[in-house]
Design a binder for this molecule. Structure first.
Ligand code: ATP
Ligand code: MG
Length: 388
């Protein structure tokens, strides 16, 4: 028995050239994701991409990984048969046994792109439907709203049999919407923000600010572990770790305490956009959500954006914490995010941060720092780690 995966891109609204690029990028992403599972071929034909591995290919694992590739709305596991209708009658019942046992109602649908095949669609449905009713007497046919649709596709070379589609990750293939730098902390929000932008087709690179000795190696490991989870969806992510201690100490020593956070965030953005542009990114991504903390008020965000010369994407801006948490559970980052290691944002945090900072006050306070030099030194002092 030969089983394959069929990716349907039928719903794709894109047409023409866009569609080709979209499909090419998606195949490239899937190929990378499955590369260590052995030899596998991807065959695009008739708005379907067929994925077929050599003998011994771990299809369960492949299905699991494919379910996290963006750009795929739905896909199926399918039985591949030679073009002999008797084989369909013989093997469909056992191939779909579990699903046929669980369903109460079903129908057979057929698609015949090879018009020379001696059985037309109505005949396929009638014959296979009758056979399945014999094998599974508890079933009833419901052509309008069946629990299970058994699909028979007669293609040029093979016949494929499959049942209800599995849900894909949706979104757009990573890489079709450019590249952006995720500012990632060890918290709940930023990994979710990265996942959301990757879902829209953005390739991710990541930047993390660490403040040793105030922050520990375990805090850094936490960021790596979080990005590993995000990379299961987003693909390869290069992480740049920036040493932020000197900047934080300078702000603590020279700026008013109630402006500490906002000035720190502006320096983070200044460093991040320099690193981002070096790696070809067109935007920054943060996990900010309006009003969640003092540095995420409209005024504070305006002060941060005033130093940004690229767009700052904040996909969580209108989301409640419980909505963010439910995504973080879904992508399996939540349990890592809640581990209790110090982040550089929690070091030196003021007791009473200003919630309505005025840009001119912030700029005046910042004048006590040598911002240009601090940023320059920080971005020279980085480490890079690749997460696959
Ligand atoms: P998160 O859950 O992502 O940590 P948060 O609610 O704790 O977010 P803040 O600590 O104010 O909020 O940080 C807001 C955003 O700033 C984060 O979502 C992240 O994008 C960025 N950020 C915060 N700390 C760091 C850091 N150490 N390195 C890189 N980016 C950071
Ligand atoms: Mg945080």
């Amino acid at each position: 028995m030969k089983e394959v995966i069929l990716i349907k891109n039928g719903e794709l609204a894109l047409k023409g050239l866009n569609r080709r690029t979209f499909e090419d990028v998606m195949i490239k992403n899937m190929r990378r994701r499955l590369s260590d599972l052995g030899a596998v071929t991807f065959t695009p034909a008739q708005s379907t991409i067929k994925i077929e591995g050599e003998d011994g290919f771990d299809l369960d694992e492949a299905v699991e990984r494919i379910s996290r590739v963006f750009g795929i709305a739905g896909f199926s596991r399918a039985l591949k048969l030679d073009k002999d209708f008797d084989l369909v009658l013989e093997q469909t019942g056992s191939y779909l046994e579990q699903q046929l046992l669980e369903a109460k109602t079903f129908k057979v649908a057929a698609k015949r792109s090879d018009k020379k095949f001696p059985f037309d669609s109505p005949k396929i449905c009638l014959e296979l439907g009758g056979k399945l009713l014999e094998q599974f007497p508890h079933l009833e046919v419901d052509v309008h709203n069946p629990e299970l649709t058994v699909m028979v596709e007669v293609r040029d070379r093979d016949i494929f049999v499959h049942a209800n589609q599995l849900k894909g990750a949706g979104g757009m293939p990573v890489g079709t919407a450019g590249k952006a730098a995720l500012m990632v902390s060890g918290g709940i929000d930023s990994p979710v923000a990265g996942w959301m932008m990757a879902k829209r087709g953005v390739e991710l690179t990541a930047i993390h600010f660490a403040s040793p000795p105030y922050t520990s190696e375990r805090a850094e490991q936490k960021v790596l572990d979080l990005l590993k989870k995000v990379a299961r969806y987003a693909g390869r992510i290069e992480l740049t770790i920036v040493e932020f201690t000197e900047i934080q100490e300078a702000i603590r020593d020279k700026c008013p305490e109630d402006l500490f956070t906002i000035i720190m965030r502006r320096l983070m953005v200044l460093c991040a956009q320099r690193i981002a542009s070096r790696s070809g990114c067109g935007a920054l991504i943060t996990g900010e959500s309006l009003g969640q903390v003092a540095s995420q008020t409209m005024g504070a965000i305006a002060c941060t954006d005033a130093v940004a010369d690229v767009p700052v994407f904040r996909p969580l801006i209108g989301m409640d914490k419980d909505e963010i948490i439910s995504i973080s559970r879904k992508i399996d980052t939540f349990d890592i995010s809640i581990l209790p290691f110090e982040d550089c944002c929690t070091v030196f945090t003021p007791r009473h941060p200003r919630t309505r900072p005025k840009l001119h006050d912030v700029e005046a306070a910042e004048a006590a720092l040598n911002v240009g030099e601090l940023v320059e030194r920080a971005i020279e002092n980085v480490r890079k780690v690749v997460i696959n």
